[in-house]
Design a protein around this ligand. Structure first.
Ligand SMILES: [Zn+2]
Length: 257
């Protein structure tokens, strides 16, 4: 590789990190209208986990250039899972702050854990781990929204309070303030992965009506299967309340206690 090529590549990377999410949507719409796949399988392997034995797949996403992980519980003999029944499915969007660093402001890691535990017990189930941070707005948006939500007070981090209402600012306020959408994820990819395995009917582990509608509009039959995490602290409780109030998630008061 010569010097110019390296510089071009670096410029390209910079552009990628700054690229607005709209470009991905444009690409996706184009590929769909042209009947082109949105994904390709990069590889697969059997994988033993704490929760049970799974097949672990990684798919490459043509529109974002990112990779999505898929795990399927139980031995799958065939490419098509016609006899797999109506499995539990969790569409989980990556939340590195929670899953890797155990951030205490959201319930993502615990939800993933609960989903895998439940599937492990059934020895069946599919986790679609989608690389779409920050409600689909990307990691840059997430960092910026979090920065608007939390602040240092002395040696500790506290949630900022809204200057008018005096209420804690939610991460969704952060997104709105910066011109992002509070829900910007796309579930076409999830539907495409399920269809590849010939899974047409699922028990979807979610409280999010957008995920249900996203799959239904792509022709997947969905039975909602609620997933409720008792909030570990006040910040998570406020976060779940914001999800119910602002995004219409089915979380009731009793789920928060
Ligand atoms: Zn999270």
């Amino acid at each position: 590789m010569d010097r110019d090529e390296v510089l071009r590549l670096i410029a390209y990377r910079d552009k990628e990190w700054d690229r607005p999410w709209e470009t991905e949507k444009e690409l996706r719409d184009f590929l769909k209208s042209d009947n082109k796949p949105l994904l390709r399988e990069i590889g697969r392997t059997p994988l033993p986990t704490e929760y049970g034995d799974v097949t672990y797949f990684v798919f490459g996403d043509y529109t974002s250039g990112k990779e999505h992980d898929v795990i399927i519980f139980g031995k799958i003999a065939e490419e098509k899972l016609k006899d797999y029944g109506e499995p539990l499915v969790r569409i989980h969007s990556s939340c590195r702050s929670s899953e890797l660093f155990h951030a205490s402001n959201c319930e993502c890691r615990e939800e993933l854990d609960l989903a895998m535990k439940t599937m492990g017990k059934e020895k069946k189930g599919v986790v679609l781990y989608l690389n779409q941070e920050g409600a689909g707005n990307g990691i840059r948006a997430k960092l910026s929204a979090y920065k608007d939500t939390f602040e240092w007070k002395g040696a500790e981090i506290v949630t900022r309070l809204d200057q008018n209402s005096g209420k804690p600012v939610s991460v969704y306020d952060g997104y709105t303030k910066k011109g992002y959408k509070t829900e910007n994820r796309d579930f076409t990819i999830a539907a495409e992965i399920l269809k590849r395995f010939d899974i047409r009917s699922v028990r979807l582990m979610t409280n999010n009506p957008n995920k249900i509608n996203g799959l239904v509009s792509e022709g997947i039959n969905v039975k909602p299967y609620g997933i409720h995490i008792k909030p570990a602290n006040k910040t998570v409780e406020e976060h779940l309340r914001a999800k119910a109030d602002k995004l219409g998630h089915s979380i009731e008061e009793k789920d928060l206690r």
